[in-house]
Design a protein around this ligand. Structure first.
Ligand code: PMP
Length: 347
């Protein structure tokens, strides 16, 4: 979801942005009017996330999936890196990195069906590893890191696609943060990379230029045409977050919303959530009914009542409520009321 006020503003500015006589979709990315948008978006992101000055912010394309390759290409200087595999996307990142060197899986919750997140200590890291990669929030399994791994001087690299802007994060604890924007930040097409400056300049010679973070940083994300419209939408979303009070308020809202659903699941006799409570996601709440038949009936009845996109990812089944920043509290209240009705009806 995107905030309705943001969509309304984009609609109002659609044909003529700020008296420019053009839609943002039509602008040259090198024009003065567009420059204010991309520079503004970057400044607002720095402000909202409290990004220290020694980090670069890059607006790139290709999704988080392209960064699965960009991470080893830019950072794997000694040919060795560590991965924590706690869900589908960290598994994909790990698999991609194996093309470029020794990518060690040093922690995994696969044998527990990704219902938990193993803690990693500095002593668990492979000596000489260039970085440790994690996926901060596991979109499909509905789990999230409750505490960050301890990596000592080894840079921590995190895919934050599905927890971007959902809560305050101490950027200084990470070497690199990256994520696709399409959950909480903007429509699809934009990927954001936040990278500590001292990690730039280690890319392999074969790294495609548009995947080379140093080159992208030197060119202010304008090495080639950036995803102009998504960056504009990102700026509007950031303005909305600031207006609401920033990431602390966003976190409080998200905790309140998620609690409504988790509390119901915990007392329900029909539905349950498989994730260890400490590691429950604020953004993606997974749940199952007592049988596959009930799961199917629930998804169908829910859709008929206007609750769409509740089917769990095809790889895990069951249900998943993705309750990103823009989902209003009423959305959760109504979902919980609908689930309670369903439970009464089919108990
Ligand atoms: N990482 C996470 C945590 C995701 O949720 C997703 C997409 N759902 C991806 C990576 C892949 O992102 P993209 O489609 O932008 O390549």
């Amino acid at each position: 979801m995107l905030p309705e006020s943001v969509l309304n503003r984009a609609a109002a500015e659609m044909l003529d942005y700020a008296g420019s006589g053009q839609s943002v979709m039509e602008m040259s990315h090198r024009s003065k009017v567009y420059d204010e948008i991309i520079v503004g978006a970057q400044q607002l992101l720095r402000e909202v996330m409290n990004i220290p000055d020694n980090y670069k912010v890059l607006f790139v394309q290709g999704g988080a999936s392209l960064q699965f390759a960009a991470v080893p290409l830019n950072l794997m200087a000694t040919n060795c890196a560590d991965y924590s595999v706690t869900g589908q996307f960290s598994g994909k990142a790990h698999k991609e990195a194996q093309k470029y060197g020794l990518a060690n899986c040093i922690a995994s919750s696969k044998d527990q069906n990704f219902t938990t997140i193993p803690h990693v200590k500095a002593a668990d890291l492979t000596p000489g590893a260039d970085y440790l990669h994690i996926c901060h929030n596991n979109t499909i399994f509905g789990s999230k890191f409750a505490e960050l791994p301890e990596t000592g001087n080894v840079p921590l690299v995190a895919d934050i696609s599905s927890s971007f802007l959902s809560e305050p994060m101490d950027v200084s604890k990470f070497g690199v943060l990256y994520g696709g924007a399409q959950k909480n930040v903007a429509p699809a097409g934009l990927t954001i990379v936040i990278v500590r400056e001292d990690l730039l300049g280690k890319a392999r010679a074969c790294t495609p230029e548009v995947m080379n973070w140093k080159l992208m940083a030197e060119n202010d994300s304008m090495l080639n045409t950036p995803p102009c419209w998504s960056i504009y939408m990102c700026k509007l979303v950031l303005e909305w977050i600031i207006q609401l009070g920033g990431l602390t308020v966003m976190q409080q809202r998200n905790e309140y919303k998620a609690k409504l659903l988790y509390d119901y699941l915990d007392k329900s006799a029909m539905f349950s959530n498989p994730v260890q409570p400490k590691f429950r996601s604020l953004m993606n709440v997974t749940f199952v009914a007592k049988s596959d038949e009930l799961n199917d009936m629930f998804v169908k009845d829910a859709a008929a009542a206007g609750f769409v996109n509740l089917k769990g990812h095809r790889s895990v089944g069951g249900m998943r409520a993705s309750i990103y920043n823009a989902m209003p509290v009423e959305g959760l209240e109504q979902l919980v009321a609908f689930m309670a009705d369903f439970e009464r009806k089919y108990a």
